[in-house]
Design a protein around this ligand. Structure first.
Ligand code: NAI
Length: 710
């Protein structure tokens, strides 16, 4: 550390580096440069740059160093403090999630939160003002740091985002965020941000009163310093926004929030939003916040949600290990899938040409894309740029230029083969060739290609704009380098690539099909659709299986079921065939198992909701055990590389109850012996389709999968 002379009139610029933070002392000029300063004008610029990480996360070590650095800043007697980040990725992403997994005791977790609170409590107690200067994401613990500062200045940048997403990991803020946020932006807005975990951009943050100013990057430091010099009163929510906290109103507001929360999530599955309401209703102290966080952090839901989160991060990490070298993409087939894939890729910054045989289908796809871009890009220039990146291409000019070609035409082998023969002729030799097929083995499509090693599967899920998973399908002939590039590209378009082996149904459809077919069996046995769907929703699925089948499209379900019926040895229910033959294809035709209203909501009829069950039928047990049993088959047959991949696939590809952490995590909690017994019992009563997979009694496989045998 540099020595500072007591007698100097002007203090030299001083730089104090530490491991995760460094401090510069001086005064900032209008160009944003730091200069030497008189003691009466010297400020500290504290920069967080967590070592060996691309993003700043607040681990215990980082917080301890923060505390020490604050000591040194106070002892210097500065006029103000600016906290900023050195990372290109943003300000601070939140607490270090990986540390959560090592905490097993609620008290220990509460203690950690309490220590963090005490560090942040120092900021408002300083005799000088502090400013958080924020560019990029400012989430969770990062926003709590900012809230503890006197002022918040945001840099105008589309990447700047504010939020408290803890609830998505089954917890709530723990550095006094539940107390500070309502004070700054008002109670209802604060509870909404905390309970949904959503994030807002800089402009919205300004409107909410979360930030004091939004400035261009080049003025940011100087603007932050100006706040210190002028020292206006710090922000407090206006009286209207403080009203809901008045004693007579508080319980009423809490009850109404609870009702809203119940419509979204079951408190037994997702307790965190209810805890947030409860802390607020009780005007809980920071200590109480920390204690509640501690309990949640070691609970089942948070453990499993953190598991799901880390699985997603791991898929991204693997994708980032290679370069994709892809600039332009050519998508062939502008139907349901092709149009959405092209739209999404263009929105993510790629030049995309979209080809179809029929001009009216192309026109519809482009109109659909324009609507999506309008919702997504509020800035006129960004909107125009996105539109410009997507080119309708009736003649297929784009094919010759493309670095990646994605085929999304009808699910017919002959048509796909003929198309790939043409693609291979016209495309660049180094272009990666991908098919979006959901059921045709890659080897069969690749059969007549001169270089079949370029062909792989990129199996997107419907709707592409909402489903995060993409199965990256490896045929026997696929080259590793092509997979590496496709994996990297999938991450670049903000989707999660899951490696799967080419086999009927890959992972997700294969595991889902027995579950959906069992639901149709239940229906055939006279169980109302509504009861089946409600049982699944109560279990924690986002929608019930009957409504899901209608949403996917019964024609598609039938074609997947037919592809899988041979390898899986399951008959296709007659009811499914009949509905498809009648043209009742589900939501898209307004009628499938359910009838749908103009807004796409199922209408409940007597058949779907009426009637009494003839006898007790274990609806959910039958549905889930078929799903778990098939997941075990996939594991045993090494369709994916382990239980984590099964969990990632089913949660991110189908929304399988995230609070359970995925099917294999759930199986782990049930134990293999219990699952084996239940399957055996069901097989006695309902037939061979429930016969337990041999995997449930293979100790080595169970051990590798982390499933206990009790
Ligand atoms: P779709 O029937 O909506 O669209 C197919 C489009 O391809 C049509 O617009 C048609 O005009 C066009 N087309 C057909 N032959 C062509 C050719 N030779 N050249 C140019 N365009 C041609 O089909 P959808 O549902 O989009 O499915 C496409 C592929 O994606 C299929 O392989 C399907 O198995 C797969 N898939 C479908 C999912 C879904 O939920 N719909 C989910 C995942 C994969």
């Amino acid at each position: 550390m540099n020595e500072v002379s007591e007698t100097a009139v002007v203090r030299p610029i001083t730089h104090v580096p530490c491991r995760h933070w460094h401090v510069d002392y001086g005064t900032i000029d209008t160009t944003g440069r730091l200069n030497e300063a008189l003691p009466s004008e010297e400020i500290a610029v504290l920069t967080i740059d967590v070592a060996a990480q691309s993003t700043n996360a607040l681990s215990r070590e980082v917080m301890e160093e923060f505390d020490r650095v604050l000591n040194e800043i106070v002892s210097r007697g500065v006029q103000g403090l600016i906290i900023r980040s050195a990372k290109a990725s943003g300000f601070i992403a939140g607490a270090d999630v990986h540390e959560f997994e090592n905490v097993n005791d609620a008290n220990q977790a509460a203690q950690l939160a309490r220590q963090g609170q005490l560090v942040l409590d120092r900021l408002p107690a300083f005799p000088f003002p502090s400013v958080a200067l924020i560019r990029g994401f400012c989430l969770g613990g990062g926003l709590e740091v900012a809230l503890a500062c006197t002022y918040r200045v945001a840099v105008e940048d589309s990447a700047t985002r504010f939020g408290l997403p803890e609830v998505r990991l089954g917890i709530h803020p723990g550095f006094a965020g539940t107390i500070r946020l309502p004070r700054v932006i008002g109670h209802i807005a604060a509870l909404d941000l905390m309970m949904t975990g959503r994030s807002v951009d800089a402009r919205t943050a300004r409107r909410l009163g979360l930030v004091d100013d939004v400035v261009p990057e080049r003025h940011a430091l100087f603007a932050a310093q100006t706040f210190i010099q002028r020292h206006p009163p710090s922000r407090r929510a206006p009286w209207k926004k403080r009203l809901p906290a008045l004693a007579p109103l508080r319980p009423l507001v809490a009850r109404s929030l609870e009702r809203r929360a119940r419509a979204q999530a079951d408190p037994d599955h997702y307790p965190a939003p209810y805890r947030i309401i409860d802390l607020w209703r009780r005007r809980a102290s920071a200590e109480e916040e920390a204690a509640s966080l501690g309990e949640l952090l070691v609970g089942r839901t948070s453990r499993n949600l953190v598991h799901v989160f880390t699985l997603g991060e791991e898929l991204k990490r693997r994708g980032r290990q290679h370069a994709h070298n892809i600039r332009s993409v050519h998508v062939i087939g502008a139907g349901t899938m092709g149009a959405d894939i092209a739209t999404w890729a263009a929105a993510q910054g790629f030049h995309v040409s979209l080809q179809d045989q029929q001009p009216e289908i192309l026109a519809r796809a482009v109109a659909h894309a324009a609507k999506f871009f309008q919702r997504r890009f509020k800035d006129a220039r960004q909107l125009q740029a996105a539109m410009d990146r997507l080119t309708p291409d009736l003649t297929g000019h784009g094919l010759r230029r493309a670095d990646l070609v994605i085929e999304a035409i009808v699910e017919k082998l002959d048509a796909k083969r003929a198309l790939f023969a043409h693609i291979e002729e016209a495309a660049k030799p180094e272009a990666v060739l991908a098919t979006n097929t959901s059921s045709i083995p890659l080897e069969t499509i690749a059969q007549n290609l001169r270089d079949p090693s370029r062909l792989l599967g990129l199996h997107f899920f419907n709707p592409v704009t909402r489903m995060q998973l993409v199965e990256l399908v490896r045929g026997k002939q696929t080259a590793e380098a092509a997979l590496d590039r496709a994996r990297a590209w999938t991450v670049a378009i903000d989707r999660l690539p899951l490696d799967v082996v080419s086999s009927p149904g890959f992972l997700v459809n294969r595991v889902l099909t027995p579950y959906l077919l069992e639901a149709v069996r239940l229906l055939e046995e006279g169980v109302p659709a509504n009861s089946i769907d409600q049982a699944a929703v109560d279990f924690g699925m986002p929608v019930g299986p009957i409504e899901l089948a209608d949403t996917v499209g019964l024609d598609i379900c039938l074609s997947v079921a037919e592809t899988l019926s041979g390898p899986l040895g399951v008959p296709v229910p007659q009811e499914l065939r009949e509905l498809v033959a009648q043209g009742r294809l589900g939501k898209k035709t307004g009628h499938g198992f359910y009838r749908y209203d103009a807004k796409g909501r199922p209408r409940r009829s007597r058949r779907t909701s009426g009637g009494r069950l003839p006898r007790h039928i274990p609806i959910m047990e039958r549905l889930v055990l078929r799903l778990l049993n098939e997941a075990m088959v996939c594991l045993r047959e090494q369709i994916v590389d382990g239980p984590d991949a099964v969990d990632a696939g089913m949660v991110y590809g189908t929304g399988f109850a995230p609070y359970l952490g995925g099917p294999m995590r759930y199986a782990e909690s049930l134990g293999s012996t219990g699952i084996g017994h239940s399957l055996y019992r069901l097989s006695q009563e309902y037939g061979e389709r429930f016969a337990p997979d041999p995997g449930w009694s293979q100790p080595e496989l169970l051990l590798r999968s982390g499933i206990s045998s009790n």
